[in-house]
Design a protein around this ligand. Sequence first.
Ligand code: PMV
Length: 320
Amino acid sequence: MQATARAQPNIALIKYWGKRDRTLNLPAVGSISITLAELFTEMNVQFDSGLNDDVLTVNGEIDRQMLPRISRCLSAVAGEGRDTALVDSHCNFPVAAGLASSASAFAALVVAASAAAGQQRSTAELASLAGQASGSAARSLYGGFAELENDGDSVAVETLLDAGDWPLSIVIAVTSSGPKPLSSGEAMEISRKTSPFYGRWIDDQMHDLDVARLAIRERDFDKLAAIAEHNCLKMHSVMWASRPPIVYWNAATLDCLQTVRELRGQGVGVFFTVDAGPQVKAICMAHDVSRVCDALQSTNGVRRVIVSGLGVGAQLTDCA
Ligand code: PMV
């Protein structure tokens, strides 16, 4: 059996940073994200007992580095006694550069692997399996605005608003296309163990989630902008104060934040967020996209901008 699934990355507006249980990969805090439409990973999974080991190709090249995580995820979905698998992944944006490629990869993988194994799993089950591989991947099973709740022994994700209910746009300013120096998993552990701000980060998260959830339900852009920027900068402050310090930004990242502030000063509805990488994501109303694009594109150090609307979440595209 073989199956193909497509999933989009998601961008957290209220961030997940820190693990409560490393074995089960449970996040220490809840999070709220938007799933993108135009960026995607497509995964084909073929269980084939003719192979001695699993094989992974990413954009046509054999990838041995990512393979152990992929194999673990396949076993979690299809069971330890499963056949070996051929996994072919295609991604239409830079991988491992702070654009949440692992979220779209593992969301697509669990959907394709489950179908290829002949299973009928619920979206909630698939989200939980994706979350074991990459915390943020659980959110990519869902479209629009999704909240990952952090209770009990597994994750639960709820859709707060569908993509069409509040069709915001995202402009991503790519300031570097290289892989990130430190994985988010390793960085989270350093923060947990060493950052003097880590405890406060955990304590404040419930408040930030409450404010953002309400802002999304009321479609209150300014309220969402304020809490999302605050939450992002707080997460990076936790990282900066870690030992050794974790700094994913470059000079262009800071220049982009300044551009977003200037746009806002000119009356454009836009706010920024930054994940574990140097790219800046600007969230705006659809009618302001070209203004935001032009301003970010002409900011020092920006290599290119990518525009996206909100997507529908992971989908099975082929199963035979
Ligand atoms: O799911 P991971 O292990 O790639 O961690 C994601 C961490 C952030 O992107 C920085 C925040 C988030 O909630 O997506």
